[in-house]
Design a protein around this ligand. Structure first.
Ligand code: ATP
Length: 366
């Protein structure tokens, strides 16, 4: 976790929170503890419940059941404007008829802060987002990225213990988004406030977060650091959602004393004991697969044979899609110094059983 200047952020506790719209459960028993000062990202596909969770924390949406506290106090039934939470949305929502300075001052005006103090705080917040020279401009005179930085200044100007952001960079182009991600990370570090951030972009989640909660169909599948989610996905859904992966359907055959596992038509060493699963799924990360020409010494105890179906030059190396014997596809990354392969080349992939993850097949629930 990032070092914090002071422990100023609020803890958040969601305890089996559900939100139903008629018979449909937008949230289905979500439990999540966010530590003071933590950067927590809610990640998941469209419709998985991220925004609903954020709206529940903000007070824009009531819960159907469950408990919710911010800073150790229950906020169930407390209206949004009494929660003292900063919020930034994807669409800037700046007041078009107010200058940048007045936009940022607005939350302080609402709170009855005297003018001298207001000026100081507005200047500080605008400096924090590097918009100090723009106080007299109107929103229409700013680029999308600049408007979003002003929205951020307005959300932090009253020193909230918690900042909620819903896809704040979603409308910006990739370069700007990547730069602003680093800016948001810096601001989080400097403020020490708890940040809760919604995105469907796994790379963005990995760049920003102390921890990530992966949402699927109104539930949290797993909560962990980016590394934990990448290295130890608890479910196939999480494994596929974070990073590139090769997913191979396995077949386990037991002859009483031992169990053999077959993937892509070839027998491999199972990475763990099979607990009676007949058809587990094997997940492999691209960098755990070594690619060689057939017959060459390949790393790893297991071998899969295939043919290059796609070769993508990435600058820092190459990425290959390899068609395996049973028609499934493996994704391999090879460093710049490695041998290069062309379409149709026959190759062998080597991997250690310990580097593979065996997971229950939940893909029918996709
Ligand atoms: P996105 O990235 O598309 O915003 P999300 O993960 O944030 O997705 P939510 O906005 O939380 O998803 O929505 C979760 C589910 O709840 C969706 O299926 C959505 O259609 C449904 N939902 C949200 N608000 C309402 C509402 N007011 N009435 C009915 N259904 C709703």
């Amino acid at each position: 976790m990032n070092p914090r200047p002071e422990n100023r952020g609020a803890a958040i506790d969601l305890d089996t929170v559900s939100k139903a719209y008629g018979a449909f459960k937008a949230l289905d028993g979500v439990s999540l503890r966010i530590e003071p000062g933590e950067f927590m990202t809610l990640l998941g596909p469209s419709g998985s419940g991220k925004t609903t969770t954020l709206n529940v924390i903000a007070g824009f949406t009531d819960v159907t059941s469950g408990k919710l506290s911010v800073g150790g106090k229950s906020v169930v039934g407390v209206p949004a404007h009494k929660r003292n939470i900063g919020v930034v949305f994807q669409h800037y929502a700046l007041f078009p008829h107010m200058t940048v300075g007045r936009n940022v001052a607005y939350p302080l005006t609402l709170r009855g802060i005297a003018q001298d103090e207001r000026k100081k705080r507005v200047a500080k917040a605008l400096d924090m987002v590097k918009m100090g020279d723009f106080a007299h401009r109107y929103p229409s005179e700013l680029s999308g990225g600049q408007q979003q930085r002003v929205a951020l200044a307005r959300a932090i100007v009253f020193d909230p213990p918690l900042l909620l952001m819903d896809e704040p960079l979603g409308a910006l182009d990739k370069k700007l988004r990547e730069w602003l991600q680093l800016e948001i990370k810096r601001i989080h570090r400097e403020l020490g406030t708890t940040f809760v951030y919604v995105t469907h972009d796994q790379e963005e989640a990995l760049v920003l977060s102390d921890r990530i909660a992966v949402f699927n169909r109104g539930r949290i599948e797993q909560i962990g650091t980016g590394r934990q989610l990448y290295d130890e996905p608890a479910t196939l859904f999480v494994g596929r959602f974070i990073g590139d992966s090769t997913v191979l359907r396995g077949e386990a055959k037991s002859d009483g004393s031992s169990t053999a596992l077959t993937v892509a038509g070839e027998t491999v060493a199972a990475p763990r004991r099979l607990n009676g699963e007949a058809s587990p799924v094997m997940l492999l990360r691209p960098e755990k697969l070594a690619i060689r020409r057939p017959g060459q010494d390949a790393a790893g105890t297991n071998r899969l044979s295939g043919t290059i179906a796609e070769a993508i030059y990435l600058g820092s190396g190459s990425k290959y899609e390899v068609r395996l014997g049973d028609g499934s596809t493996a994704i391999v990354r090879s460093p710049l110094a490695g041998e290069s392969f062309g379409l149709g080349d026959k190759v062998e992939l080597g991997f250690d059983g310990a580097d593979a993850k065996l997971l229950p097949d939940d893909s029918t629930a996709d």
